[in-house]
Structures are given as C-alpha cells and as structure tokens.
Design a protein around this ligand. Structure first.
Ligand code: FES
Ligand SMILES: [Fe+2]
Length: 373
C-alpha cells in the first residue's frame, strides 16, 4: 500500500453536509463531509485534542464537530472553535488535522492520500467517454476480502478468463497467443496490453448475434498507479464494454472496489438488468478466487511463484510497484501495526510541507532508494 496516489473514498451521494462519514483506507481512519458550499472534504479522523473520532461527530456551519468536547474543524483541517475556550479565544497553533486534496469524478469522491505538491501528483484516470452519448455508465461499490494488489493483478491477467469465467465463452486469447509474452507497453504511471481475441469471447448472452458494424475483436487492460485498472472489450467499432476499477485498499486483507461499468450499445433500459446480472456474476467469480489466494498478499519475490508469458502484464505491474517503492512511498505495514493502539497515525497531507507543528505521527514508510524516501 502506497501514499501519494488518489484513492476512492465514497460515492458522492454518501458524502453529505448532514453527517460525517468515517472510512478506513490504508488501515487508517478518515472522515469525509461537505461544507456549506457543498464542497467535499476528507480529513484525518482523529481529533488532536484527545483522540475523538470526528466521523462519530456531527456537522455544524460547514465544520466537522468532534463528539467528545466539541472542537470544530473546517475543511482546511484547521480548528475553527474550541467551546471550552470561548468564542474569541486564541486557539493552539497545533489545533489542526491533516486535510487531503479532493476531486469528485464519476460519482465518486477521491482523496489524494499523500503530501506531493499538485504538479507532481499522478492523475485520476480520465474516462474520456464518461457522460458522452451513447455511453451508459453504472457504478458499483463492492467489498472484497482480499489484498488490492491481487485484485489488480487479476485484472491484468487474460488467461484466467477461460477457467474462472467459462460461461463467458473464453478463451479470450488464442492458444498461440497464450504462449507468447503478452505485448505490454508502458503508459504514464503504468502499463497496458491490447490484443485481438477469438470469436468465442462472449456467447452466453447471445450478444455476438446482435453486434453490428465493423468487427474489432480486441480487448485489453491497463493500470495507472497501483490501484486504477481499465479493461476495454471492443467487439466492433461501435460495440464496446469499458470497465474502470478504482481500488481502495482498506487494509492488508480487504479492499473496496469502485467499479464503473460502461457500454455504448444495447443502451435501452430494458437491457440493464441482464447486463448487470452478467457483470456481477463475473465479478463474483473473480472474488471467489481472490479471497482464497495463498499468500493473501503478493509475494515479495517472483521466485515464490512461477510466472509464464501470459503473466507478463502482472510482472510489469510489479515492476511499476518497485518504482514507487524506490521513491519511498510504500507504507511499512508491519511497523505501522506495531504502533497502532499506542499512537494515532495518519498519512501526511500536503499542508505538512508548508507548516510544522502537527500532533499526529505519520505512517512509517519503507526506505526508498531514489533519494526521496
Ligand atoms: S477529543 Fe475531540 S474535542 Fe476532545
Ligand atoms: Fe476475471
């Protein structure tokens, strides 16, 4: 798990100005809420007075109010009012909690959990066709008892389709192609493959009989950063499924998936239920496999598994993770767990580069090698 990436926090509709929402990500607690202008904010959940959970509090005048002694924190993270000190009191300089940059896209509130300045931050994946006719989009939020890197790797693995999703009419790759290394190319912050598939990709829903237009017959997947995954299945020039997965690592054993499923054909409402049934069945087939993998986390060394040509995209993903290890962005989860319970920890926010005097400790990070750790 890494600092310095954008993470999905909640559906936009769950983040309100009525009640704070507590969420766990990267094993740590955060609170999300809206101010009076409707702007969403994500803060460290731990009150710096004596450790109250802001997410268990309430919202007043656009501030989140700690349930323990009523300290009020603005979206900036600064304490705006301490009731026991009175209205015009000078507040302690350290009365502030980490506040993270927020973006809302695709019906999701994202927070940048890290301290990089804006110009250095990796992007949230841009879905160019989102909101464009004739595309239709559905957002699903799903909980998975598995480590997010295992889930990401599953999305970068075309060979499993034949075995895990037999009703989908796999194999996606011809036997000849399965024996060659997947053609993986690098993109900004990640890598991708996009290859032709056999005629049998989709047959159980009879979709192949209603395809129109010039056949493309290609599909591929790519990752951007450690937790954003794209899969395109382009059946013809006008008949595609595009899937976007934004993964929130909750802890080392569980992940919340924000899954946007899009299609640009069969867009009449009468097809929605059937499409949803197929999609959720496929996802549940993946989840059944992922929740039983041993070890739960990806092994530290590739020698602890046997990786074949069809695993090429998985290998490249792991190489990208190493780059972020080198930058010193990987959380030292063992050290973190040893401290939790005795210390309140959080992810450093960008504000820590501008001012000192913070109460919460920041998460331990594994040392990098690129002079940035
Ligand atoms: S612990 Fe939050 S106000 Fe006291
Ligand atoms: Fe799958």
């Amino acid at each position: 798990m890494y600092i310095n990436f954008w993470y999905p926090i909640a559906r936009s509709s769950e983040v309100t100005a009525d009640k704070p929402l507590k969420v766990t990500l990267l094993t740590l607690p955060f609170v999300a809420f809206r101010d009076t202008a409707g702007q969403a904010h994500v803060l460290a959940d731990t009150c710096v007075h004596r450790g109250g959970s802001l997410g268990a509090g309430r919202i007043k005048d656009g501030c989140v109010v700690c349930p323990y002694h009523g300290w009020e924190f603005a979206g900036s993270g600064k304490c705006a009012h301490v009731p026991s000190l009175g209205r015009d009191a000078k507040l302690p300089a350290r009365a502030k909690v980490d506040s993270y940059p927020v973006q809302e896209k695709y019906g999701i509130v994202f927070a940048f959990l890290g301290d990089l300045p804006e110009e250095e931050r990796p992007p949230i994946h841009d879905i160019a066709e989102y909101g464009q006719a004739p595309w239709k989009a559905f957002l699903y939020v799903l909980d998975l008892k598995a480590y997010y890197e295992r889930s990401m790797e599953n999305g970068l693995d075309p060979i499993h389709n034949e075995f895990v999703h037999p009703l989908q009419g796999a194999p996606m790759l011809s036997p000849e192609r399965q024996r060659q290394p997947l053609p993986v190319e690098d993109i900004p912050w990640g890598s991708k493959f996009y290859v032709p598939f056999g005629d049998k990709l989709i047959h159980d829903t009879n979709l192949s009989t209603v395809t129109t237009g010039e056949r493309v017959g290609a599909a591929g997947s790519w990752h951007q950063g450690p937790n954003q995954l794209v899969t395109w299945i382009d059946i013809t020039a006008t008949n595609s499924f595009h899937q976007y997965l934004f993964e929130a690592p909750v802890d080392e054993n569980s992940t919340r998936l924000f899954f946007i499923n899009m299609r640009n054909w069969l867009t009449e409402d009468k097809h929605d239920k059937r499409m949803e049934d197929v999609t959720l069945r496929v996802v549940s087939e993946d989840i059944a496999i992922l929740e039983k993998l041993n070890p739960v986390r990806t092994p530290d060394s590739n020698t602890k598994e046997i990786l074949l040509p069809g695993d090429h995209a998985v290998v490249r993903y792991r190489e990208w993770l190493k780059k972020w290890d080198e930058r010193g962005w990987r959380i030292d989860v063992k050290a973190l767990k040893a401290k939790q319970g005795d210390a309140a920890l959080t992810i450093p926010c960008p504000g820590r580069r501008e001012s000192g005097n913070w109460v919460l400790d920041t998460v331990p990070l594994l040392p990098g090698t690129a002079g940035n750790g």
